[in-house]
Design a protein around this ligand. Structure first.
Ligand code: SF4
Ligand code: SF4
Length: 175
């Protein structure tokens, strides 16, 4: 069942930021709908002492700065959508997005640390920040490299009417 914004009490109650909290944070920048390339989206709004996203980015597109509790800010003009920060973030707080990958379809690449992993072409359930199912998606590819340890990065498409709501996929059942 699809939930509504009124169900979403925000970070302190649910453990996940709601859209109002994200929109109030300079950390959160949703790539414009006319942007042609994938870009990193960061949902790390609590000022925690952490900066692997900054050190991992080869383009120096993410800045935390000298004060380790600064919010990470991505410079979308520098970000080339490589995805290295997605697997580097221990908080699983970064994904890539693009509004229009194909007619009516958005693109997302998100971290996924469960087994089984999805496979290319599989239909998956896309979820919001509370883990609630929003819509179906289709897996484009799954990137699993040694350097990323056990964090796979799943690339998928989904209807772009849900561009902002979708952040990950529902965990797959184990047989
Ligand atoms: S996607 Fe690549 S270029 Fe963009 S912020 Fe992440 S690591 Fe940097
Ligand atoms: S690595 Fe992740 S959790 Fe750490 S500051 Fe960057 S976005 Fe936040």
């Amino acid at each position: 069942m699809e939930h509504t914004m009124s169900d979403d009490k925000g970070l302190k109650v649910s453990g996940a930021p709601n859209l109002a909290e994200l929109h109030a944070s300079p950390c959160y920048q949703l790539p414009a709908e006319d942007r042609r390339a994938l870009a990193a989206v960061i949902e790390c709004i609590e000022g925690i002492p952490c900066n692997p996203c900054e050190t991992a980015c080869p383009q120096h597109a993410i800045i935390v700065g000298d004060e380790i509790t600064n919010l990470p800010i991505v410079d979308l003009d520098k970000c080339n959508g490589c995805g290295i920060c997605v697997a580097a973030c221990p908080g699983l707080a970064i994904y890539l997005k693009k509004h229009t990958f194909k007619e009516g379809l958005a693109y997302i690449a998100f971290p996924y640390e469960y087994v089984p992993l999805p496979v290319e072409g599989q239909t998956i359930k896309m979820v919001d920040r509370l883990g609630q199912v929003v819509c179906d998606g289709t897996v484009l590819r799954v990137v699993k490299i040694k350097k990323n340890d056990r964090t796979a990065v799943v690339h998928a498409t989904y209807p772009n009417g849900y561009y902002e709501q979708v952040v990950n996929m529902q965990r797959l059942a184990t047989d």
